[in-house]
Structure formats: C-alpha cells, structure tokens
Ligand binder design. Structure first.
Ligand SMILES: Cc1cc2nc3c(=O)[nH]c(=O)nc-3n(C[C@H](O)[C@H](O)[C@H](O)COP(=O)(O)O)c2cc1C
Length: 170
C-alpha cells in the first residue's frame, strides 16, 4: 500500500506540511509531495478552452494515481480552504472528475490558533467525495506551534488521535 501525502498550502514554512510529514512517518511506504512543485495557473474556463489542461495538472494527476491512499492536511484562510488548494482541485476535476476514485483519504488540519482550521477540515470532508474519495478519518490540530516540537507532536492525546487516524487505512 502506497500513501501519498501533501498539504493544501503553498507556504514554504507550512505547518500543515510539517504535520502531514510527521503523520506519514507513523506508517510505512509513503511519499510526501508539495503541491507547490506543480505550477498551476488560476483556473478559468476561457483558459481551459484556449489552452487546454496544463501539463502540470496532468503530472499531478499521474502522481496521485500512484497511490490508493492519501493524507491531506489543509490550512484555513478566512474560514475556508486556501484559494491555492481550491484552484488545484478545480483543475484536477476538469482533467478527470473522478481523480480520487477508489482512494481512501485521511484529512488533517492545523492552525496556530484555537480553531484548529476545523472549518477548512469540514469543507474538505464535504468536497473530496465529489471526486470519488472515501474520507476514512480526520484530525484537527489547534495551537500547532505550542505542541509541535522538533518535528514531533508532543501532545499525547492528539498524537494518539493521529496514530488512530493513520491506522484507519484498511
Ligand atoms: C489570509 C489568512 C487568513 C487566515 N484565516 C484563518 C482562519 O480563518 N482560521 C484559522 O485557524 N487560521 C487562519 N489563518 C492563520 C493560518 O492558520 C496560519 O497562517 C497557518 O500557518 C496556515 O497554514 P500553513 O502554515 O500550513 O500554510 C489565516 C492566515 C492568513 C494568511
């Protein structure tokens, strides 16, 4: 079983990238990717008609098709997922509407504040099944900077939740 993991953030210091990188170390056979490595223009129907689907989107779709399990950690911007991540979902869905078919997905979210990006997590939980995904588990991490030290989640209760979530892949 191969797991591909990434954050729905384009920040070079992304806490969600840090979280997802830690989470997959709890299991075997994983690859952490960065969506930033796929340069994708802002979606527009006009652009799609005139230029077609960007090669970068096809490359990302091909990469995702290598795994039947994903771990995605989303950041929250103003009570939503980032425009960066949503834009990539837009393009992927135009390339292949069922791009997450037969994939199990663990979804995570992290924020430095008290909300734990839970709204973005709920939006992600609702959105991914549009593309065929089965969301098998979710964990929200609040106060990230206080409980993530030296690359590890030091809050035992949250760490237990994360271990349980990662073990929910069948
Ligand atoms: C434009 C903007 C809006 C934000 N809105 C929220 C928000 O609604 N809820 C929240 O928990 N954090 C919010 N934050 C703080 C982010 O959680 C924080 O920047 C976090 O580090 C983003 O995740 P990342 O580091 O993985 O990119 C916002 C940050 C920015 C820049």
């Amino acid at each position: 079983m191969k797991i591909i993991a990434f954050a729905g953030s384009n920040s070079s210091k992304s806490i969600n990238h840090q979280l997802v990188s830690y989470a997959v170390k709890l299991v075997e056979n994983f690859e952490v990717i960065k969506l930033n490595d796929y340069i994708v223009p802002m979606y527009s129907q006009d652009l799609e008609i005139s230029e077609g689907i960007p090669q970068s989107v096809k490359h990302l779709d091909a990469k995702l098709s290598e795994a039947n399990k994903l771990v995605i950690s989303v950041c929250e911007y103003n009570g939503n997922i980032s425009a960066f991540f949503k834009n990539i979902l837009e393009w992927l869905s135009r390339n292949n509407r069922d791009f997450l078919k037969n994939k199990q997905v663990v979804i995570l979210s992290a924020s430095p504040g008290a909300g734990g990006a839970q709204t973005a997590l709920a939006i992600t939980e609702r959105t991914l099944p549009y593309f065929g995904a089965e969301v098998v588990s979710k964990v929200s991490v609040k106060g990230f900077n206080d409980i993530f030290k030296d690359g590890k989640l030091v809050d035992q209760e949250l760490n237990n939740q994360l271990v349980k979530a990662m073990n929910s892949f069948r």
